[in-house]
Design a protein around this ligand. Sequence first.
Ligand SMILES: O=C(CO)[C@@H](O)[C@H](O)[C@H](O)COP(=O)(O)O
Ligand SMILES: [Fe+2]
Length: 188
Amino acid sequence: MEYKKPLGVKIEENGVIPGAKKLVRRLSDMKGYFLDEEAYEELLKEDPVVYEVYAVEQEEKDGDLNFATTVLYPGKVGKEFFFTKGHFHARADRAEIYYGIKGKGGMLLQTPEGEVEWIPMEPGTVVYVPPYWAHRTVNTGDEPFIFLAIYPADAGHDYGSIKEKGFAKLVIEEDGEVKLVDNPRWKE
Ligand SMILES: O=C(CO)[C@@H](O)[C@H](O)[C@H](O)COP(=O)(O)O
Ligand SMILES: [Fe+2]
């Protein structure tokens, strides 16, 4: 039997996992994701980084685990807070654990039928993402929102249906408050 080597890494203050694979998502990678298209085009002139992912991933095998930090920057497109694209797992029955490290935000979760849950997150919050729920994180604060995700190595990502339909709720700022409102573009 060949055993894999165990690994211990320290997550840096800024959310970076040393040696991890880095992925950068800029605003230009998220065309069609935000409601306010005019505000999107305007902000596109700067094309800010919306989030970075630092992932330590294994071969896609049953029983193994991946982990990744996400650094989700503060910002808004119109009234809508910056968020991650959001996805179902390609193997939809795979669950996941998130752990809040820094900053303030929350997770939007949605079933294939469009039932939505919002879970606020701060440092120390653990979120259990059950099988079959799509999930998207949102930064509702004014500093980077940093969290760790731990997920089965064979979970994969299925971005298609969220890209097309979005979430049934939007997370916006209105009158200085964080609000969840119906997404006018959501079609069941
Ligand atoms: O849920 C997971 C893995 O299953 C997270 O590591 C996200 O992949 C990351 O927060 C970026 O979000 P997406 O762009 O993948 O939606
Ligand atoms: Fe996931």
